[in-house]
Write a protein that binds this ligand. Structure first.
Ligand code: ADP
Length: 162
């Protein structure tokens, strides 16, 4: 049986932490749907088209091929059912991620009992990394080369630098 999972997020912008989790998920499952949130609570720094095209470039550079990148809006549990996905894969960074992720995982299972959540521990060197840290560091002129895929460095840095 073919196993499809979903990696959801805002990816504003994609970081090396995201790429690591998606790549590891792609090795464990047959197909990974990377679902990029279209409507976010906050106005994103990058448009949905930019966030998707950055992911395409980053995952090509990382040689991840069994993926599909889609814009996504609505209830993840419903979307999973529609796409026949069995689980969502999330990266857990620090303990601070845990409570929210636990709540989301239980809610998703309540909404769709077939839909499970798989947590992968973040790589040690990405434990502190988030899109918002990338945005902050770049906007202050700091070096983000350890945080974002090499092929995207210029595009992300130029855009965020004030
Ligand atoms: P961020 O918190 O960076 O704004 P997103 O909402 O785009 O990230 O993240 C989507 C998912 O990617 C998160 O729920 C988390 O599972 C995973 N993730 C984000 N950053 C990392 C990281 N540095 N290491 C591992 N997983 C991460």
């Amino acid at each position: 049986m073919s196993r499809t999972v979903i990696c959801p997020g805002s990816f504003d912008p994609v970081t090396l932490g995201h790429v690591d989790i998606i790549k590891r998920a792609s090795k464990m499952f047959d197909k990974v749907i990377v679902a990029v949130l279209v409507n976010m609570d906050k106005t994103p720094s990058f448009t949905i088209d930019e966030r998707i095209s950055f992911l395409e470039e980053a995952l090509k550079e990382a040689k991840v091929s069994n993926i599909e990148i889609v814009g996504f809006d609505g209830l993840l549990a419903d979307y999973a059912k529609k796409r026949g996905a069995t689980a969502v894969v999330k990266g857990l960074r620090a303990v601070s991620d845990f409570e929210y992720e636990f709540q989301m995982a239980l809610t998703n299972r309540k909404l769709n009992p077939e839909f499970d959540t798989v947590f992968l521990t973040a790589d040690a060197q990405n434990m502190y990394l988030s899109s918002s840290i990338v945005r902050q560091v770049a906007s202050l002129g700091g070096d983000i080369s350890n945080f974002v895929p090499a092929c995207l460095y210029d595009k992300i840095y130029e855009r965020l630098k004030k």
